[in-house]
Design a protein around this ligand. Sequence first.
Ligand code: THU
Length: 162
Amino acid sequence: MPNIIEHTIRTTQIKESELDESERLLLQSAKEATDRSYAPYSNFRVGVALLMSNGEIITGSNQENCAYPSGLCAERTALFYAKSKYPDCAIDTIIITARDTNGEFTPTPISPCGSCRQVMLETEMRQSKNIKIILYGTEYITIIHSAKDLLPLSFDNLFPEK
Ligand code: THU
């Protein structure tokens, strides 16, 4: 018999009304960031807002390019901008929103791609606290309590002590 090991991911599902006040403000910033997306190829506008531990909100949106792989997702745009501006400042929360090709916010949350998960994970490992990841949908919101939960069995050889 093969030795099957299961890896579970913990998430919390809530409604928008259950967000606290600072998260509601962050959600508003993420939604507004979708307006600054450059997505002429996919017409899928992603907006992200990060709450930094210094209280500042940093936003990002997907930035596409006619050479498709040269574009960048909203999550990495925001994370790299935040860490290049405040290299020593932790990220408390990231909220991810998206508008579909009709311009409507997606009913179900969108989940970050593998490359963004990898960057989120290493960002979390540079700081002493977990990043709270809030995935927004108009019907429900999914909360992930650590970037580690998004990338089980990840490559993290650069940080063997962790
Ligand atoms: N995209 C993001 O910005 N974040 C995600 O989590 C998923 C996908 C972007 C990449 C591309 O510009 C468009 O959405 C369609 O894939």
